[in-house]
Design a protein around this ligand. Structure first.
Ligand code: FPP
Ligand code: MG
Length: 323
C-alpha cells in the first residue's frame, strides 16, 4: 500500500513525497559503506513522513511551491529529524523504533553517534545552499531548539515538572521542527507574511499536540504498533499524563515511584495501570485536543483551498493516531 492510500492528505503532495523518498533512499550512495548501510536501514522503511508532507502543503500557499528548493528543504528537515532520532535512541538506550531495530542496536552506540552526525551534515549541506538566508537560519535555530530540549530532558533533576516546564521542553524538542517545516516552506515559496505567520502558529500547535499524543501512546499504546510501551516510565522520564496523575494523587508516593530509574517490568505494569486509572491519560489527551483546536484555528487565517483542508486532516490524524 502506498502512503497516498493510507491517508487522504498525502494525495495532494504525492509526487513531491515520491521524489523525497527516492532522494532519502539515495542519501548513503557513494558514502562510507557503514553510513550507506545504516541509511538503507533507516530509509528502507519510511515513517509517516508528516514533516515533509507539511513542508509541501505549506509551500502551496506561496507562488513558488514547485521550486526544487522546496524538496531540498523537506529533505534537509527530514534528515535533521532522522539524525535527532538516531542520537535520541542512543540517549534512551532504545532497541526498536517503528518496528525496526535502531542503529545503536544493529551496530553500536559509536556507529550511531557518527551516523547521526553524518545525517546532520547532509541536512546542513542542503540547507546551506537554500536561496533565502532567513530559511537557512530557521534550520539552524531548529537544531539549537532540538538540542536545548534534549539537554533539558537529560539534565533535569529527578522531579515531577510543572505543566509549563513540560510544555516548554516539548516545544523545543518537537514543536520547533513542525513550526520550521510550515514556516520555512511558506517563506521559501514567497507566501504572504501573514500566511507565513499563520502556518508557523499551526506548526507549533500541531507539534505540541503530536508530542503529547506520543507521550500518551507511550502509556496506552501497544507493542504491536512499533515501540516499547512504558519506555518513558521505565527511564523515570515524567510526561504530561504522569504529571496530571501525580497532581490528582495524595502524598509523594506516586511521584517517587514514577521517578525511580530502572523499574522492573512488574512495577512498570502496576504504575501504568495506576496512571491509567487516575484520569491523567484523558486529561493529557484533552490538552492535546486544545492544541489541535488552536492549530485548526490558525488555518482560518489562510485562504480557502484543498491544501488548507489537508492541513486540517493532518491535525486530526495527529490527534487520533495510534502509533
Ligand atoms: C524524541 O523524543 C527526540 C527528539 C524529538 C529530539 C532529540 C534531539 C537530539 C538528540 C538533539 C540532537 C539533534 C541533532 C540534529 C543531531 P522522545 O524520546 O520523547 O520520543 P521517542 O519516543 O520517539 O523516542
Ligand atoms: Mg526517545
Amino acid at each position: 500500500m502506498t502512503i497516498a492510500q493510507r491517508q487522504g492528505f498525502y494525495a495532494l503532495v504525492e509526487d513531491e513525497l515520491a521524489e523525497l523518498q527516492q532522494r532519502l533512499r539515495d542519501v548513503g550512495r557513494g558514502a562510507h559503506p557503514t553510513f550507506a548501510a545504516a541509511s538503507t536501514h533507516l530509509f528502507g522503511s519510511p515513517g509517516k513522513l508528516l514533516r515533509p508532507t507539511l513542508v509541501f502543503l505549506a509551500a502551496r500557499f506561496g507562488p513558488h511551491s514547485s521550486d526544487r528548493t522546496i524538496v531540498d528543504l523537506a529533505e534537509s528537515l527530514e534528515l535533521v529529524h532522522t539524525a535527532s532520532l538516531v542520537h535520541d535512541d542512543i540517549v534512551d538506550r532504545a532497541d526498536v523504533r517503528r518496528n525496526v531495530p535502531t542503529v545503536n542496536a544493529v551496530w553500536n552506540d559509536d556507529v550511531a553517534l557518527i551516523v547521526g552526525d553524518y545525517l546532520f551534515a547532509k541536512a546542513y549541506a542542503l540547507a546551506a545552499v537554500l536561496p533565502k538566508p532567513e530559511v537557512i537560519a530557521i534550520v539552524a535555530q531548529t537544531v539549537f531548539a532540538l538540542c536545548d530540549g534534549e539537554l533539558t530532558e537529560v539534565t533535569s533533576p529527578p522531579a515531577i515538572p510543572s505543566e509549563k516546564q513540560y510544555l516548554d521542553r516539548i516545544e523545543l524538542k518537537t514543536a520547533s521542527l513542525y513550526a520550521a517545516c510550515c514556516q520555512g516552506a511558506a517563506l521559501l515559496a514567497d507566501a504572504d507574511p501573514e500566511h507565513v505567520a499563520a502556518l508557523g502558529a499551526y506548526g507549533t500547535n500541531v507539534g505540541l499536540s503530536f508530542q503529547i499524543t506520543d507521550d500518551v501512546l507511550d502509556l496506552v499504546g501497544s507493542e504491536a504498533l512499533g515501540k516499547e510501551v512504558g519506555r518513558d516510565l521505565a527511564e523515570g522520564m515524567p510526561t504530561l499524563p504522569m504529571i496530571y496523575a501525580v497532581e490528582d494523587s495524595e502524598g509523594d508516593e506516586l511521584a517517587s515511584r514514577i521517578l525511580a530509574p530502572d523499574k522492573d517490568p512488574r512495577e512498570r505494569r502496576d504504575l501504568i495501570a495506576r496512571i491509567r486509572a487516575s484520569g491523567g491519560v484523558e486529561r493529557a489527551h484533552g490538552r492535546a485536543r486544545l492544541f489541535h483546536d488552536q492549530a485548526v484555528a490558525a488555518l482560518d487565517r489562510l485562504p480557502e483551498r484543498p491544501e488548507r483542508d489537508a492541513l486540517r486532516e493532518v491535525a486530526d490524524f495527529i490527534l487520533r493516531r495510534e502509533r
